[in-house]
Each structure stands twice: as C-alpha cells, then as structure tokens.
Design a protein around this ligand. Structure first.
Ligand SMILES: [Zn+2]
Length: 269
C-alpha cells in the first residue's frame, strides 16, 4: 500500500515529465531517457528480470530484457516507465547512487511486492496515463465496456492490465475488476465510488460459479466475450436496502490466451 500523500508526490513527478514528452496520448519514454542522458541497452538476460536501472562510474544506464520485452511493445513501455520511476523518485535514485539500495531487476508480478516496486509501478502508470489526459480520452465514450479499456490501451500504448488498474483509480465510470487464473482469483481492483459490498469470493479462492468468468473455467464452450447481464448477487452480498443493488449490473471478460489469465470487468449503467 502506498499512502495517498505519497501517491500525490509520485504522480506529480511522473505527470510533470509526461507533460513535456509525448506524441498524441502516448508518453515518449525514449525522449525522457535521452533528455536525462540515460542509455538503454536491450539484451537477453534470460529470466533474470524485465528491466534494471544500474549506476556505475558516475552514470545511470537502463537494461531491458528483450527475451520478454519486444522493443517498443506495450510491455517494454511499462518496463521502461517503471525504471524511469526508480530514476525519478529521489529516494530510489539516491539509494542506488550511494549504494543504500542494491541494483535490482524488476519483474512483472502484482502481489506481495516490496514498497519500492509498488512505487515504481504506480509511477509508471501515472507517467504512461496522466490522469487528465486519460479522463479526457475516456469521456469521449458514453457507455463503459471492455472496448473503452482496449481503446485507452491502444491510445496510450499500455497493456490491458495496467489500463484497467488506472481506470479503477481515475476513470470516468465506477468499475470493479477481478483478475483470475485457473478459476482462482489473484487480485481485484475497485473504483472508490463502487459499492463496498462484501464479495462472494476470496482472493486466492475460486471464482463465484455463476459469474461470466466462473462459467468460463467450469464449462466448455462458455467463453463469453460480449457484455453480459449479471446480478449483483453473482459477485457480492449487497447491503440490505441498498438501492444501488437494484441497478442492472454487467460483466465482460477479457481473456489473455497467451498469458492464461482472465479479467472480469463489472459495472453498472
Ligand atoms: Zn523495480
């Protein structure tokens, strides 16, 4: 967890950089690195790390593992943005410079991260998706659906997962998103104004069986890609007399065949 105050500090640095280096909605990361005089080396580092910021003989350099990060792909952009975070956040840069922090390879995992990694990921999401720009683009669409996320993902050149997380933080529609693999919930993201109802699932437990994602894992031929009507009771235990539960709830799934995960997007009208 990062405190709100710390988030403000980090997003101010990231969004300040993004303001000066962009093309359309996409932040120009290579321009930021070159303006800071940080060379980027792409090489095959086997499965050691995604990216690493390294300080040696008075200079920083950035190393990207091209085994997993195709040059200029969305995944590489997130890796670069994360490492720019380690450079731009004072405590990270000074720690690396004065040897208080060991150079560390960053990886793509979303649970059980140490605070520095969480801060660098948060920095990356602010750098790649500055809040106002993100909201302006999202507001062009009247109705929410997976298409809105995919459109943002293309426009800002960021993968679907960080786009969903960013949308849950600063998006233009309240959403609830559940990330699952093998019928097991790995984590979820929720907008602040989405109802705080208890869940019909536990993190690391199985998905509720009647949800779209739950059916996908339990049945064959149940890979529904469209917007499906679900009941709030499929996912939650809505509070009694909470009229928000009377609204129509929708679920739409994003299936990543190559990485073997599913994201359920859940929202109301
Ligand atoms: Zn890192």
């Amino acid at each position: 967890m990062i405190t709100d105050q710390r988030k403000r500090v980090i997003s101010n640095i990231a969004e300040g950089l993004a303001q000066h280096h962009y093309k359309g909605n996409a932040t120009n990361l290579l321009a930021i690195l070159s303006s800071e005089g940080i060379p980027v080396y792409r090489d095959d580092y086997e499965d050691a790390f995604e990216g690493m910021l390294y300080f040696s003989e008075g200079t920083f350099s950035l190393h990207v593992n091209n085994r997993t990060n195709v040059a200029n792909s969305k995944r590489e952009r997130f890796t670069l943005a994360h490492e720019i975070g380690h450079y731009s956040i004072d405590e990270h840069r000074l720690g690396l410079k004065y040897g208080k922090l060991k150079p560390h390879g960053s990886r793509l995992t979303l649970s059980g991260r140490d605070p520095l990694e969480l801060e660098a990921d948060y920095f990356a999401s602010c750098l790649l998706m500055p809040a106002k720009k993100f909201q302006t683009h999202a507001a062009k669409r009247k109705r929410f659906s997976l298409e809105a996320i995919q459109d943002l993902s293309e426009s800002f050149q960021v993968s679907v997962v960080p786009t969903v997380i960013r949308f849950s933080e600063v998006g233009t529609h309240e959403i609830f998103a559940v990330f699952s693999r093998n019928n097991t919930v790995e984590w979820y993201a929720k907008s602040n104004d989405f109802p705080d109802w208890p869940f019909q699932f536990k993190v690391h437990g199985t998905l509720p069986p009647t949800t779209v994602a739950g059916e996908f894992y339990r049945k064959t031929d149940a890979k529904y890609t469209g917007v499906e009507k679900v009941s709030p009771q499929d996912w939650f235990y809505p509070f009694k007399d909470d009229s928000r539960a009377d609204r129509q709830m929708y679920e739409q799934c994003y299936y990543s065949d190559s990485y073997g995960y599913t994201i359920s997007l859940v929202w109301f009208d």
